[in-house]
Design a protein around this ligand. Structure first.
Ligand SMILES: [Zn+2]
Length: 88
């Protein structure tokens, strides 16, 4: 009787250990996946930043306001400016 209960306890302990072993594997995989997700987000963020910087510094401002000679990158921006600043 005593021998059986210790055997059962040993099996229980074994299965608990196995359970934690597999839980650990699952958690490690999830952490790895999260690391990959974070890296992907970082590269996306950096790409977006690069695009923004390029837009601010490299776009030639071709649209000139005929009223005050301010320059704008798009027709729409110039149009908005004229509507706001030079028309009532
Ligand atoms: Zn103007």
């Amino acid at each position: 009787m005593n021998y059986i209960t210790t055997q059962i306890q040993q099996k229980k302990f074994y299965f608990e250990a196995l359970k934690f072993y597999y839980l650990n594997i699952i958690l490690y995989r999830q952490v790895d996946q999260l690391k990959i997700d974070i890296e992907n987000m970082k590269t996306k963020y950096e790409e977006l930043n690069k695009k923004k910087r390029r837009k601010n510094s490299e776009i030639k401002k071709l649209y000139v306001c005929q009223h005050c000679l301010k320059t704008y990158g798009t027709y729409g921006a110039k149009y908005k400016h004229i509507k706001i600043k030079h028309q009532e």
